[in-house]
Every structure is written in C-alpha cells, then in structure tokens.
Ligand binder design. Sequence first.
Ligand SMILES: [Zn+2]
Length: 443
Amino acid sequence: MSERTDRHLSRIWEPETETLPRQPLEALQLERLRALLDRLARVPFYREHLAARSVGAQSIRTLADIQRLPITTKDDLRLHHPLGFLAVPRHALARIHGSTGTTGRPTFVAYTARDLDIWSNLCARFLVAGGLRPEHTAQIAFGYGLFTGGFGLHYGIERVGAAIIPAAAGNTRRQIEIMRDLDPEVLICTPSYALTIADGAREIGIDPRALPIRYGHFGGEPWTEDMRREIEDQLDIQAFNNYGLSEIIGPGVSGECAERTGMHIQEDHFLVECLDPETLTPVPDGEPGELVITTLTREAMPLLRYRTRDIARLDREPCACGRHTARMSRVTGRTDDMLIIRGVNVFPSQIEEALLRVEGTTPHYQIEVTRPGTLDEVHVKVEIRPELFSDRMDQMQALHERIAREIHTVAGIRAHVHLVEPRHIERFVGKAKRVLDRRARAD
Ligand SMILES: [Zn+2]
C-alpha cells in the first residue's frame, strides 16, 4: 500500500505533524512564537505596541508568557485599513481576500504564495479527517470571491487530489441538477444551505436522501448539534463541522475528525487562547471563553492575539483518532451577546444548553434581566410542550425546579423560571431576540 493511500485510510493527512505529542508540539509553538515576534517588528502597529510594553522574542520563555503580549482587535485592523498590517513588501503578495463586515468596508487579508500553500494543506487536513478521498468528487456551493470559504476549500480539495465542481453559492435547483448529473459524494456549503438543498429537492419531488452526497463539510456560520442531526437525517449523510475566520486565514483553523468530539485546532500554525472576555485572563479547560488566536506561521499578515469575539470551550485531552491537538467546541456565542449578571459572565447559549437537558421544554425561550434594587435579577420564560402542560401543580412545580437547577449548574446563576404555554413567546423572522436587558444603564 502506498503512503498516499495509507494516509487516507487512517484519515490523517500529515501524520508526522498532526499526531505530534503535546511536548514537542508546544516546543514547536514556542519556537514559532519567538520567530513571529521578530517578524512583527516589521509592522508599525506591533513595533509600537511591543516597544511600549518592552517585550519581544527575548521575553518569551514559556507559552504562558504570551499573556505579556498585546492584544489585536478588529478595530485595530479597521484603523489600519486597507493593508496596514502587512509584514512583507506589497510585491510579495499572492492574493488578497476580505471579510465584509456589517459596517460596509471589507477588512482585507493578504497572503504570500507560502501562506496559500499552508492554507491549502490546513484545509486538506480537516477534509481528509472528515472522510475526503482522492477518488471523490466534491461540489462547492460556497461563494467564490473576496469571502475565504470558496477558494479555501477549493484548493484544499485540489490538494487532496479529489475532483471539484465549483458550483458556487445559490440557485438551489441548479445545485440539485448538477448533483444528479455528476454524482458528487461530498458537499461543501453553510449548514443552513444544506437544509435549503434538502427543501429544494422535496419541492421538485426528489427524495433528498436519494441524492448522491455522503459527506458534508459545513462552516461559515454557527450551528447546533440539533441542526447536525437534522441535516444528516434529511440528506442521509455524515456532516462535519469546521471553523475559521478570514482575518486569521479563512477555513482551516480547526475541523472535526471522525470522532466528532470537537474540532482539532491546527496548533502547529495557530496558538489559541480561551480567555475571559472581561478580564482577558485564561479560563480553565472546559469553560466557555473568547478564542484569541495568534498566527504562528503567516507571512503576509501575521496577527498577534487576535480577539475573535467567538465563544467556545477547549479540551486538551488526547483524542481517540491519534491527534493530540486541543479540540474546540462549536462556537456557542459571540462576546457581543454576553451578559454580566452579578459579576458572572453568562451567555444566552448556556441557558439554551440548560433547557436542552430538560425534556419537555421547547427551543423557545426569552431571558429578561432587571435590576429592581441594587442586584440583577434574571427571569427566564420557557415554553413547554403542549403534552406536558398540565393542571397538576406538583408536576409543574417539579419541572420548574428542574429547569432552575440546570440553569444554575450550566450558567452558575439563580434564575426565576416562568413556564409559559406553547406559542406564548413571540416568534421572530431571522435572528431571534432572546435577551431583554432592562437594567438601567449607569451612564
Ligand atoms: Zn480526533
């Protein structure tokens, strides 16, 4: 058996680096972090900020010393629009992508040829971990353009040696026709678009389960385990999650292996911290925090401790797949959504997680925060399933207590729980408004 076939069967694209034990992996990170600090001296923003703190490569003895280094935010990137963070001469660039923010102007991200080469490899790693093989055909229903999703996955698949159908985003009917004509085994898109394709198939009388797709690689937006089950059930596929953001590189920061117990962070290229968004100190493994990412190998636009505003948990236990890299959970929220209740950081996603543990509740809930006196109070309104709505006070009381207990366990706060009848909570088109913060602002 050739080495090339072997690494597909073991589902590890680069075994020599992907399965490095923690100690040599961390030694490599430390070496790359020091080298990065030397390169950052070419970026005026970093030169200034490192000098202001009198820190540099010489001050980094252990990985924990990273906490002495300055943070980078999206606002810093905006202030140095368009390419103020370049660490190489302009003529050394090979490509420029961008993320379109809600504010209009895109944030640009630049790559050298070596950056693009590494990026393709990182995408190949999670694709192979999620079942891609050279004999497969993959249909990409992601936008091609400034957005990093389409091109990132495209070159990752090409690196693996599989065939690509660059269908690009939209025109669901056409996507389905292409699938039926060309029999791709792999679908690349956002998770919500996978469900749109299933709907579209049913509309024209095709059973979505009869489509040729066997594996799906989904990213570009947050999704839930419930949604994964729904996609897998509707399309009869295995669905894999991957994570990335354009400021850092695009897709390829992390992705799931066959175990699907979190996304393996490509730690030889990214140093990921999980920090309390208020104090910027590390949270213990397993606790939710903001992912803060340092690019260890990027040439064109390296970033130091970039605040992603994405909330997730880290798990550094070895995985059954043979990789020792830290795994991150799904992104469960954004720091913008965080509430501080009596000094405790609470994310609406934690309330949702608590409710998921209690049978009989529905995904419809609303959180209201008030401050009647000097202390915050949290009220959680929860719809319960019609069949559970009961006249029996003792049953309702038990359900009530169970929910309050789960919220306390997951989020660490005592909440006033209000059980309401089905369809009692307002429905929203698009993003649900889960939180009503009625506390008077001090300012
Ligand atoms: Zn694994």
